[in-house]
Design a protein around this ligand. Structure first.
Ligand SMILES: Cc1cc2nc3c(=O)[nH]c(=O)nc-3n(C[C@H](O)[C@H](O)[C@H](O)COP(=O)(O)O)c2cc1C
Length: 311
């Protein structure tokens, strides 16, 4: 297994847990790390909301004990917001600053954030330069191929990010228009890898060892990210790494809940766990009627009792 170095941060392997809004919380990250992810990352966090000291946003910065190295992913469109946010002491614990330039969600795009930056390369460069000037930590950028199939800008964008000072980039080779449909275009990812000298991480459709090998073979990338395949299935990392581990689904789910309980109130834990449980329980082959019933439970005590009975 190849290792990966991002700036001055050395990773144990080249397999990374992707930022996943609504999922890659501190509990999921703890399990993915346990199963071998070399780097974890928060979900996307608004640089502006951090500056406004928004409590819900600050909650997303929770990390588990020993979560090292860990990246924080910021989104926004104003270089000044990024500059000031990166200097906030609450971000000191993060080893890498990642910038989201790929989110396709309409609310984000229409605000000039996320994938909108693919159509404003000069602004994207200013954001990277602002973050670089605010911190000595490695700065990375995660982006898509382009806005739509008529505007594939990945190679030009990758070069611009490198020129602006990015220490590594992640390409999710789908367009904004594609959302999460179809398959990621490995030719675009390979062209990006060939265009720059900094490490290139590929995101998209890595679900097992075979897809991991295919991505590395076809793109020559330096690293691979896993997103959807890790939801409810954090052991995907050990499967890809070829590590023999005994998986105890029930213990994992309880560990996930326990980590969330260290940081959040009951309501937040319940809501967060609903999203995860739907996948955990599907994979544990719990019948759909039972799953629906479990997802409606309104107290953690009852949830734990029910999980204890069915798992
Ligand atoms: C529900 C969901 C939320 C996501 N949230 C983020 C995010 O916060 N930041 C980001 O850069 N990408 C986000 N992504 C994109 C993933 O990181 C990843 O690039 C994409 O899902 C393709 O990888 P996969 O095939 O392994 O899922 C999200 C994807 C999904 C499905």
């Amino acid at each position: 297994m190849k290792k990966l170095k991002i700036g001055n941060i050395s990773l144990d392997n080249n397999l990374i847990l992707a930022p996943i809004a609504g999922f890659s919380d501190v509990g999921m990250r703890k399990l993915c790390k346990k199963y071998g992810a070399a780097l974890t990352c928060t979900e996307m966090i608004s640089a502006k909301a951090l500056l406004y000291k928004n409590k819900k946003t600050a909650d997303l910065l929770a990390t588990f004990e020993g979560e090292k190295p860990v990246a924080v992913q910021l989104f926004g469109h104003d270089p000044k917001d990024f500059y000031e946010a990166v200097k906030l002491p609450i971000l000191d614990k993060f080893d890498i600053i990642d910038i989201n330039m790929g989110c396709p969600a309409p609310k984000i795009y229409q605000n000039g954030d996320g994938s909108h930056l693919l159509s404003d390369i000069e602004r994207a460069k200013k954001i990277v330069a602002a973050v670089k000037s605010a911190t000595s930590r490695p700065v990375t950028v995660k982006f898509r191929s382009g806005i739509d199939s008529g505007h594939i800008v990945a190679v030009e964008f990758a070069k611009a990010m490198e020129q602006a000072g990015a220490d590594a980039i992640t390409i999710h080779a789908r367009t904004r228009e594609q959302g999460y449909s179809g398959v990621a275009d490995l030719e675009v990812a390979r062209a990006v890898k060939e265009a720059v000298k900094i490490p290139v991480i590929v995101s998209g459709d890595c679900v097992d060892r075979a897809s991991y090998d295919k991505i590395l073979k076809e793109t020559k990338a330096d690293g691979v990210m896993v997103a959807r395949a890790a939801i409810g299935h954090p052991e995907v990392f050990s499967e890809i790494l070829g590590k023999e581990v005994k998986v105890n689904k029930k213990a994992d789910i309880f560990e996930h809940i326990a980590e969330l309980e260290k940081h959040f109130d009951e309501r937040f834990v319940l809501l967060s766990m609903r999203a995860h449980l739907s996948q955990y329980l599907k994979r544990a082959q719990i019948k759909s009627e039972k799953r629906v019933e479990i997802l409606q439970i309104e107290s953690l005590k009852e949830l734990k009792n029910t999980l204890n009975c069915i798992l």
